[in-house]
Design a protein around this ligand. Structure first.
Ligand code: DQA
Length: 145
């Protein structure tokens, strides 16, 4: 299967910001681990990161129009907690989307307990670092069938 891994706002700084929360591995290193995991299982992964809400929306539209992916992993970063535009984009597309977070958003500040995208995602994984992405791939493969 082919997966598109989308990372949103500030995720380009992973490994450099708040290392106690997000770890020391850079986004490139996380992506490499995800790509290796996919390759081992006969799957493929493509990666996209943007800090711009509209670009994330465009990418979701594009992935749907291209029909190039079986599933999408989305770590929308802080947009998770308030972006109705990203929520509507997920609801508008047919490709199944899994919500992913590196940190355990439920064990942090109260505003992070709220996700406006969960309701339109197939499922959500948080708190396991790169393992959140890997678990989301397992989850998507299970529901896509
Ligand atoms: C995050 C959690 C969000 O609350 C935060 O704004 C991020 C990263 C995570 O991966 O743990 O930027 O999505």
């Amino acid at each position: 299967m082919k997966f598109l891994i989308i990372n949103g706002v500030n995720l380009n700084l992973t490994g450099k910001r708040e290392k106690g929360v997000y770890g020391t591995a850079t986004l490139e290193q996380l992506n490499e681990q995800i790509a290796n995991y996919c390759q081992k299982n006969g799957d493929e992964a493509a990666f996209y990161q943007s800090n711009i809400e509209g670009e994330l929306v465009n990418k979701l539209h594009e992935a749907n129009a291209n029909k190039a992916f079986d599933g999408i992993l989305l770590n929308a970063g802080a947009f998770t907690h308030y972006s109705y535009a990203i929520r509507d984009a997920i609801a508008a597309i047919d490709v199944p989307v899994a919500e992913v977070h590196i940190s355990n958003v439920h064990a942090r500040e109260e505003f992070r307990n709220v996700s406006v995208i969960s309701e339109v995602c197939k499922g959500a994984v948080c708190g396991f670092g790169v393992g959140s992405y890997l678990a989301a791939i397992v989850g998507l493969k299970t529901v896509i069938g």
